[in-house]
Design a protein around this ligand. Sequence first.
Ligand code: GDP
Ligand code: MG
Length: 284
Amino acid sequence: MSNKSIVALGLPASGKTTFLAALWHLLTNEKVNGHLSLAKLEAGEAAHLRSIASRWLQAKNQDRTFHSGNKTVKLSLKPASGEIFELTFPDIAGEAFAQMWEMRECPSDVAEALQTNGVLLFIHADKIRVPGWIADDLAQSQDLGVVIGGDPTPWKPQSSPTQVQLVDILQCLQLPPLYVGPRRLAVILSAWDKVENDGVSPERFLKLNLPLLYQYLEGGLGEGWKMRVFGVSAQGADYDREGGEPNADAERMREIEVPSHRIRVVAKDAESHDLTEPVYWLLG
Ligand SMILES: Nc1nc2c(ncn2[C@@H]2O[C@H](COP(=O)(O)OP(=O)(O)O)[C@@H](O)[C@H]2O)c(=O)[nH]1
Ligand SMILES: [Mg+2]
């Protein structure tokens, strides 16, 4: 059996754990014909997978990965035609990637996980920190009658726009010690349910909302890189918050007879419930 690996990269709260939870539910319930299926029921970190998939099934938000440490999941998968292989898929806390931008540092286990050709880049489509213009901020404060004065707020790396942080992290992937040659990059616009009413394709959404990143993906990746954009709703809608009241959207999701049907994957020309599609594409 061959071994393949991919890595899920994304800033904190970009949808990585939810994706993995929904993927595990989909693979263990076999209600959707996907590009990949589970070859063996056991998995490395099965307890972690069971626990996140159980929260997913109950339509509850995931606990922050930060509190439980990084988990490296191993799955035995079978493509519709072809050999069974073992897939290594680390569930790394987004803080490790934020740290790459903020401190120019990367823990060695994360650096090791990044030595792979398949990268899922997660971006929460509804939580994009956009660049601000000083003139706009000033005009807005004046409109609101807020007086500007006092000491200026010092700049912090984490207040940078999402696209600036992601372009820098992608640049790091093209330099030693993280350089491994050309890679496949699946951009996952997570929580697609929150933005899809705008009626634009995932690729166009990226172009309109993260133009610097889009241009970098088009022209800045080295020779041989391949990139594809997916709009992914791994939950279908907002889930219940920890300690909060049950919400109507989560209730609607719990009522769907086949839970895997909450999942929606929107690619260029097609839509499906098959969350294995971006993973399969990464494996080329
Ligand atoms: N509405 C909606 N929210 C989502 C979806 N996927 C993730 N989220 C929310 O986005 C937040 C961050 O998700 P999480 O998987 O914990 O991100 P991680 O920190 O990258 O592992 C959580 O509040 C999730 O409930 C989705 O498909 N739809
Ligand atoms: Mg997480």
